[in-house]
Design a protein around this ligand. Structure first.
Ligand SMILES: NC(=O)c1ccc[n+]([C@@H]2O[C@H](COP(=O)([O-])OP(=O)(O)OC[C@H]3O[C@@H](n4cnc5c(N)ncnc54)[C@H](OP(=O)(O)O)[C@@H]3O)[C@@H](O)[C@H]2O)c1
Length: 341
């Protein structure tokens, strides 16, 4: 059946301004890091993307190496875009990135101009797009001059292959430097994509203040800590879950101490009439400097349940104080401070 987007797709979603730019992003965005590679049935990926757009999720986030194998999430997205979403291109914000290991040899990793611009061309070909909305430097590269990496983002924008420039997992200090370089080049830094969740709060130590001050948007990845901040691990590790696959998420993170914290948070969520996942999303979005929570979903049901967090976003002082008793920083999360260079 050809896809026709739901007429009511803009009725419930909240759209937030991205920093001091003209671009609005949905409060909840969908990432294609996992669940969209050649290892998953294309029809499941299709159903998730269709439902997301019908729920007002106008932003899909990719990277060159999402899969597995590398590149396959972009390839599958390209197929689904051609089948379903081409008529809606101007209603979508599609992002991709380069910065991690992608192809063999010295030009397929990190932050050189050579890698970033070649990778963007490959991403556009895989997705069948003329341009992406946001092109990111996926991580800081301490051995490449920041001027070179930011210069590549500026070139991508000037070539019309990206509309906006972004950075991911950069420290506060390097973010300030990147912002200044891009400003001088005439291409503003639109957005930063850091990890952030109830279990991983490194951005509260300087980065969030910098973004607020500079007027740069903030889209937080893994707001559910890869699924830890859902009720699924409260009674063990279910078969088929991300922890059970032990690839990007080690089951060792689910210590008794952590699960106790999750139980405490789950009780707060239940008292609000929410799921733990919905509370985790509301909590990430409580700060006006956060533009969007960038989540993943392995099923339509998960996605729908998560988006229903929008029905109850407000958190009172007492609830926030209670949450503080259980929310922790970095140490137990794989996306800890060390990823920010
Ligand atoms: N810039 C970067 O370096 C970077 C790094 C990582 C991610 N990202 C971006 O952030 C996006 C999201 O990352 P993420 O997938 O780690 O986010 P996440 O939202 O923290 O975790 C998503 C996973 O949690 C589980 N889940 C979600 N909702 C659930 C529910 N209601 N009940 C039970 N389980 C549920 C699912 O895993 P299972 O069902 O498989 O268990 C799902 O795939 C990525 O796709 C990517 O776009 C960026």
């Amino acid at each position: 059946m050809p896809y026709v987007a739901a007429d009511e797709r803009y009725d419930r979603m909240v759209y937030n301004r991205c920093g001091r730019s003209g671009l609005l992003l949905p409060a909840i965005s969908l990432g294609l890091w996992q669940n969209f590679g050649h290892d998953r049935p294309l029809e499941t990926s299709r159903a998730i993307l269709r439902r997301a757009f019908d729920l007002g999720i106008t932003h899909f986030d990719l990277a060159n190496n999402y899969g597995p194998p590398y590149g396959s999430a972009e390839e599958n997205f390209g197929k689904l875009f051609a089948d379903d979403f081409r008529p809606y291109r101007d209603e979508l914000v599609i992002s991709t990135k380069a910065g991690y290991d992608m192809w063999p040899g010295p030009y397929g990793d990190l932050g050189s101009r050579k890698y970033l611009l070649a990778s963007l061309d490959q991403s556009l070909r895989r997705m069948g797009l003329d341009y992406v909305d946001i092109f990111y430097s996926h991580r800081a590269d301490p051995d490449t001059p920041l001027e070179e990496t930011m210069g590549a983002l500026d070139t991508a924008v000037r070539q019309g292959k990206a509309l906006y420039a972004g950075i991911s997992s950069y420290s506060a200090e390097r973010t300030r430097e990147a912002h200044a370089i891009l400003r001088d080049l005439g291409t503003p830094l639109l957005i930063h994509q850091p990890s952030y969740s109830l279990l991983n709060r490194w951005i509260e130590d300087g980065l969030l203040d910098a973004l607020g001050e500079l007027g740069v948007g903030c889209i937080c990845f893994s707001p559910l800590a890869q699924g830890m901040l859902t009720s699924k691990y409260l009674g063990g590790i279910p078969a088929g879950s991300r922890a059970s696959r032990n690839e990007s998420f080690s089951p060792d993170l689910l210590t008794e101490e952590t699960v106790e914290k999750l139980r405490g948070l789950n009780e707060i969520a239940e008292a609000r009439g929410q799921s733990l996942a919905q509370l985790a999303l509301a909590w990430v979005l409580r700060d006006a400097r956060i533009t969007s929570a960038l989540l993943g979903a392995s099923s339509v049901e998960q996605l729908q349940a998560n988006v229903a967090a929008l029905d109850r976003l407000e958190l009172g002082e007492e609830e926030l104080a209670e949450i503080e008793r259980y929310a922790t920083d970095g140490a137990i999360n794989i996306w800890a401070r060390s990823s920010a260079t």
